[in-house]
Design a protein around this ligand. Structure first.
Ligand SMILES: C[S@@+](CC[C@H](N)C(=O)[O-])C[C@H]1O[C@@H](n2cnc3c(N)ncnc32)[C@H](O)[C@@H]1O
Length: 325
């Protein structure tokens, strides 16, 4: 009995210590370099890849939700988003840009499934080296270090732009929207999926919600979250001739991902423990943020926003300008 109480006391102490460290040592966004440094660390220690595989995004579980392997759910996410947005209708050989490509999981899948040519860009040199190491070369996928706010790419050079879970790391959302649309050819398609906060013009955040949002920002180098409405407004304000802007909300379809992110550590203990004791601590450090994310998405404080928009084709643009002119 005494031993049990002692073990319980130690466990409570460790949890309190862990929570204290989590709260006291956030990873704030300071400037774009803090995002690059955070992803370099998350890539080089291999923990994220061992647990989440090559896709650093949520999984898709459908509605009604079906149980499935987390990694399979991530593959299903890419295919479901390609279908939802109509990307899967583009012909093989289409040129795609994957902005905030992680270690290239989605880029490789889009190339393999649909025959597209991909350029994946990330702000993290560590991720780009890893993406290149995981990819056959020469092949349809290339990767480069690039800032999404200053893409070193010509105007009108891609048939489609794909960006998943990158925008929360970006401070200047309008410039981000402008860059994504600038590199699209006339008639090109933008597909974006991101963590968004509820539109607080409809219902302001209460004290608890504001505190949770602050933790979700400072723990994972997020300067700010858009709402679905505000990022739609950024796209519309880009000055590009848009048509068919459509949004969606997959908060419910992706919700089991947060629990699965934590459970992967228990399902694959060897993946963590083989990296040494610090990996265990690093893994435990992410648990409070993952649980807060789950709470926020389940409550509607956060929303998994989808965006799909096409640039007008050149014939439409010239018709519009001749009508306007
Ligand atoms: C959550 S990860 C998503 C990775 C990838 N889209 C996937 O689904 O596997 C966010 C990605 O955005 C990238 N990112 C964040 N800020 C960026 C910026 N300013 N320019 C380019 N990439 C950026 C990060 O380096 C990382 O690759």
């Amino acid at each position: 009995m005494t031993a049990l109480l002692l073990a319980l006391g130690v466990a409570i102490l460790l949890v309190c210590l862990g929570l204290g460290l989590w709260y006291a040592l956030p990873r704030r966004f300071v400037e774009v370099g803090s995002v690059a440094a955070a992803y370099d660390r998350w890539t080089n220690d291999q923990l994220l890849e061992r647990l989440w595989g090559e896709h650093i995004h949520l999984g898709y579980y459908g509605l009604p939700r079906r149980r499935r392997d987390f990694r399979q759910a991530k593959v299903d996410f890419v295919e479901a988003l390609a279908h939802w947005s109509g990307l899967d209708q583009l012909p093989p050989g289409s040129r795609l840009l994957d902005v905030g490509c992680g270690i290239g999981g989605s880029s490789r899948l889009l190339a393999q499934r649909y025959g597209f040519e991909l350029l994946g860009v990330s702000i993290s040199p560590g991720q780009i080296s890893r993406a290149q190491a995981l990819t056959d070369a020469p092949g349809p996928c290339r990767f480069a270090v690039m800032d999404a706010l200053a893409l070193d790419l010509p105007d009108a050079s891609f048939d489609a732009v794909w960006t998943v879970e990158c925008a929360p790391h970006i401070a200047d959302k309008q410039r981000f929207a402008n860059e994504l649309l600038r590199v699209l050819k006339p008639g090109g398609l933008l597909v974006a999926a991101d963590w968004n906060q509820r539109d607080d013009r409809q219902r302001p955040f209460n004290g608890l919600e504001s505190w949770v949002l602050e933790q979700l920002r400072v723990q994972w180098a997020h300067p700010a979250f858009s709402s679905i409405a505000s990022f739609s407004a950024n796209l519309e304000a880009s000055g590009q001739p848009l048509e068919q802007l459509r949004t969606g909300d997959w908060s419910r379809e992706t919700l089991p991902s947060w629990g699965d992110s934590v459970l992967e550590g228990l399902r694959r203990p060897g993946a963590v423990l083989s990296l040494g004791p610090t990996a265990l601590l690093k893994g435990l450090r992410e648990v409070p943020t993952l649980l807060l994310m789950r709470w926020a998405f389940a409550r509607g404080l956060m929303q998994f926003g989808l965006f799909r928009v096409q640039l007008q084709s050149s014939t439409q643009s010239s018709t519009v300008s001749s009508v306007m002119g």
